[in-house]
Design a binder for this molecule. Structure first.
Ligand code: ADP
Ligand code: MG
Length: 458
């Protein structure tokens, strides 16, 4: 069917009317749709001209399906719509649309997608993430030359996405113009790939070319590539291409490479060909430092909250930094909402705020928990542990239990003694000194105490 300029304009205004009705948000409609028009019809493709790059990106990435749907409803035929920037159409005097390479998915690649708030400056380093942090910084300082690929793995909420963005932001600051960085989640990678294949005849080729131009590829949550065979296949080729051209790749995953199920062996073995580093839950001190940093970044006076409250949060929520931050936000929110202004946040308020909060708190660390954990580690009963029995095996366990109470709990020596068959405080001191000495000289002993400490923190 031939369409006149008038009938095209009419079709488009009809389409817009339907879209406006569906979106029901004047701001969105007037920003993104108001100045759009039909440029031409080319076979079964309708070319829509839009005023600027940004509008073009948004329409392509968010509204392409809606537009296609409405056009087909209005025309009762099967059109595909192509959205192109007005300036590109104007400069294209021969009307040869094949020379226009603007595509619906290109925009994803040319923006870096980086989140500027995640930097190395506001990442707190401690034993749990030191290795990961230094590997990330090395990759950022000299992309493509250290640890390529760098594979970061760890449970959720431990800072993987933060580090990945920090690498990208660092590189962009050092090389503002001449280096192309792309941050993309594996999910978005799959989605862009599917979209490119669907809407463009040579979409996959364009998609590949875009990736081949990247200098630094930061890909988040690679586990989501599992069982996506076609996307994995393409990723494998792009991955090899980039690595062979000494382009930096950094990947994150919620599990170590060998536990990635549903991904081809050859891909997994490529992942570990560089450096694979794990990130753990923060230790108490790291968790505390993260809380202090959060307060500083939010401009909150540290005197408005008792240090004891921060200790309590660091102790109770350090399995996951996201939860740790959530707990701090909860107490700050609680204090603003229910507290008289200027009252310092104290433990009483903290306990009220967390009661029924639904945030999964770790079991509180108590003398009883320490006794149970140590007894079960040494395969003895709690009664034997606290008794007066002096078998060397049991004595060793008892000394360690007292030592852990002294180091992990904020209670007096007298109270510790009372919990171990009423021993006096000097016995507790001498037991702790023995442990201290052995920690310095006996590696197996040190490992046992470390393991116990770790399991008590979980
Ligand atoms: P993941 O990607 O591992 O699930 P994120 O990177 O999204 O975790 O981190 C969750 C939150 O915790 C983010 O707000 C992040 O800034 C913060 N965070 C994690 N680790 C640290 C750290 N070491 N220092 C400061 N903030 C951190
Ligand atoms: Mg993440």
């Amino acid at each position: 069917m031939n369409y006149t300029t008038n009938s095209l304009a009419e079709i488009w205004s009809n389409v817009l009317l339907r879209i406006e009705n569906e979106i029901q948000d004047n701001n969105i409609f007037s920003t993104f749709f108001a100045n759009t028009k039909v440029h031409t019809v080319d076979g079964d493709t309708i070319i829509i001209s839009v005023p600027g790059k940004f509008v073009c990106e948004v329409l392509n990435s968010k509204y392409l399906n809606t537009i296609n749907e409405k056009i087909n409803a209005v025309t009762e035929s099967n059109f595909r719509c192509r959205i192109v920037e007005e300036s590109l159409l104007k400069n294209n005097h021969n009307n040869d649309l094949s020379t226009i390479t603007e595509t619906p998915f290109k925009s994803t690649f040319f923006s870096t997608n980086l989140n500027p708030i995640y930097t190395f400056d506001n990442f707190i380093v401690g034993p749990s993430n030191r290795e990961c942090h230094s590997a990330s910084l090395a990759a950022a300082m000299d992309p493509g030359n250290f640890f390529n690929p760098l594979f970061i793995h760890g449970k959720t909420g431990l800072g993987k996405t933060h580090l990945l963005n920090a690498i990208g932001n660092y590189i962009k600051v050092k090389n503002p113009r001449n280096i192309r960085v792309l941050f993309i989640s594996a999910n978005d990678f799959v989605e862009s790939f599917v979209r490119s294949a669907k809407f463009h005849d040579n979409g996959i080729e364009v998609f590949k070319d875009e990736f081949k131009n990247i200098d630094v590829l930061l890909i988040d949550d690679i586990q989501f590539l599992a069982n996506k065979d076609k996307s994995s296949e393409l990723f494998f080729h792009l991955f090899n291409y980039l690595i062979n051209n000494r382009k930096q790749i950094v990947l994150t995953s919620d599990r170590p490479p060998h536990e990635l199920k549903g991904l081809e062996e050859r891909l997994v073995s490529r992942f570990v060909s560089g450096l694979s580093v794990g990130i753990d839950s923060p230790e108490f001190e790291t968790a505390l430092a993260i809380l202090h940093k959060r307060l500083e970044l939010q401009g909150i006076d540290k005197n408005s909250i008792e240090e004891e409250v921060l200790h309590y949060i660091a102790q109770s929520f350090s399995n996951d930094v996201r939860q740790l931050e959530g707990a701090l936000n909860r107490i700050l929110f609680f204090s603003v909402t229910f507290n008289s202004p200027n009252k310092k946040i104290d433990m009483k308020m903290a306990l009220t705020a967390f009661k029924n909060s639904g945030i999964s708190q770790k079991e509180e660390l108590t003398v009883d928990k320490i006794k149970r954990t140590v007894a079960s580690y040494y395969n003895i009963s709690v009664e034997a542990l606290t008794s007066k029995i002096r078998t060397s095996y049991i004595t060793t366990a008892r000394h360690i239990a007292m030592y852990l109470c002294r180091n992990l709990l904020n209670i007096s020596l007298t109270e510790i003694g009372r919990n171990f068959s009423n021993r006096d405080h000097s016995t507790v001191i001498s037991s702790c000194n023995k442990v201290d000495k052995l920690l310095k000289t006996d590696e197996t002993y040190r490992k046992a105490v470390e393991e116990l400490k770790k399991s008590l923190k979980n």
